[in-house]
Ligand binder design. Sequence first.
Ligand code: ADP
Length: 752
Amino acid sequence: MLHDRDPISAALHDAFASFGEGVLLLDADDGILAFNPAFERAWDLFGMPLVRSLTFFENLEAAAALGRAPADAWLAHRRAATGAECCLLGTAGGTTLSISETQTQGGRRMIVCRDITADRAREIALKENEYRYRLLVETITEGVIVLDRDRHIVFANPRFISWFGGSDMALLGRPFTDLVLPDSRQRLDPLFSPTLPRSVEVPLACGGGEVRFVLISAAPLRGVGGVPSGQFAIITDVTQLRLATERLRQSEARFRGIIENTPFGILSLDAAGAVVTVNPAFRAIVGLGQGAIVPEDATDWLPDAEPALPAMMARLAADPGLAAVNGTSRLKRSAELGHARIVLSRIGEIGRGFLLIVEDITEQRQMEEALRHASKLALLGEMSASLAHEISQPLNVIRLSAESALLSLDDGDAEAIRAKFETIGAQSDRLRETIDYMQAFSRRDAGPQKSFAIGTAVDAALALMAPQCSGLDIALVCEKPEAVLVALGHRRQLEQVLINLLRNAVDAIVERRTLQPGPPDRITVALTATTGRDGRRIARIDVSDTGTGIRPEDMPHLFDPFFTRKTEGVGTGLGLSISLGLMTGMGGRITAENRKDGGCRFRVVLPLSDQPVDEEPPARPEPEPTPTAAGTMPAMTILVADDEPLAAQEIAAFLKRDGHVAITVGSGKSARAALEANHVDILITDLQMPDGDGLQLIAETAAEYPHIGIVVITGQPLRDRVALAELESGVDAILRKPVSLRELKTTLRRLV
Ligand code: ADP
């Protein structure tokens, strides 16, 4: 039939043959009537020909028997005879076919077979996409909503719903604007503008009265033909971010407040050290007006920084573990040059810049200076008081003896006169001792160290303090070993240290007993020899008292200069600091601790020396030169230079009595003139004189007149010792004021 020659049949045949979908026509008994090439291609799937002599059912069974899986499915479908589409999976190629079978006229059937592989793939891709989007919308940490044209909520994702109590019932259909706090609703307007999508931040009134700050980004949705159909919005919860920003803002404001209100100058410097900003306090310190431009170089204001600023920066840059570097500097203030304490630290990591804190300590320095001055005055007062006491005693004796010698003159009692003058001489020695004490205490440079018996210094200090202690009814106990303990240093300094400790102990006991009269009032001085931690032999002198003890908070400051708890005018706060200095100068130390049963104990530790005790300086009276010895002295010309005429005259009279020629001068200049005009054998000179001091005269005399013997008489042997040491070769003897004529005579005899 299909091969009929009439043109309609031919056209139908052509259409049938070229039809894109496979078509198979079956008779009422399932016999194959016709099929087009598209069906043939589809059948190729089974890898076997379609046999026309068999029914289509038998063809399918044959294919199924050969193990072609889609044939089974097709068979099952035909047996079920539902007429619905059935999908047949292709072989390796993955082709998907859609089969439909329909009844036609005369009980015939038509099977249409369509290749839907591409459609199917599209459908799967679409489903996958939809699944992905749904997953995204449901699991995204942002809220997602869709609004209709009237801005009512038509969709909300689980995250958004969770902010409102977990159910969408209350949300869907609600105007979105209702969710925003009333004051902020106006801010939503730009969000719904038809132009570009915008973002706005608004507070949302969420479930349970909670307010969340959210950032809403919206985009318009368009329906068919681009007609606006609503809005799609992504809502980000920025509450935490906002709180953190707020906290940051507050802390920034706090820091700014600190920087702006602090009395310290604060400068920020860049990594190269150039000044970037300065705070108001710094402007005020250096007198830089608010509007004035800040110079780049901090050293303009901080000349002579110690360490120098670049060195401080280098240290910080080199050591990441170093938090800050401290220093001091002169500070160019508005009117004058002051002092500053400076601290440099890094801003952030290395290389980002520096923070320089400048503390103006000019006033503090001035106060310290004033305090030091006041303390010096107080010390001077205290020293003057004790000096006055120490001097007035021998002076009194000298005066009494001199007057009584005068009276004895009238009686012609030579023996009595001699005795009086000897007393006067001895008391002069005592005066010199007192002056030595003061010098030993006030000067560290006390000349070369000597080995001395520690016990002697302890005895001397105790002897000095004993009258005061007994007057105050304080027991003074001393414990000493039999053996002589020798130390290297200055005996008088140790004496002064012990006297200071004893005075402090007395003060502490007196203070304690006014408050608490019970315990015994006792000071114990115990000298012992022991072995130190380093194995060296040491002497310990413990001065223990039953006084107030030391407040724990005072302990670290005890040895600080000017630290005192005593009332003004009584304490200088210098005693312990000077004492510590003196002891460290001898290689020793002083420590303090409170005693368990009240009061405290100061411990002086000194290294012991193996050397024998050195000879004490000649404080003892010299033996009277015998007349024969005196007689053997040749007559000499002696130049006496002293700006104190009485002293010069006395010495000259004494020399003349011994048969010498004595020339007296009162200044360095007249001494030089006398040396030029006379042949001088010996020069006796003071060190401090007008018109060129003694040191200069000595140097010139030693250089120009090497034959002249030089004897120096000075009232300040300790201060001048260093200078004199330089002239040692030119000086034959040094005598200390008050000088003894006997001593002078012995010295002159040695020079001849
Ligand atoms: P000053 O005696 O002039 O105050 P010091 O340097 O000698 O100066 O002493 C400093 C301070 O140490 C005293 O003011 C006192 O508070 C405390 N101190 C020293 N010795 C004693 C002591 N034995 N008992 C209690 N406090 C003491």
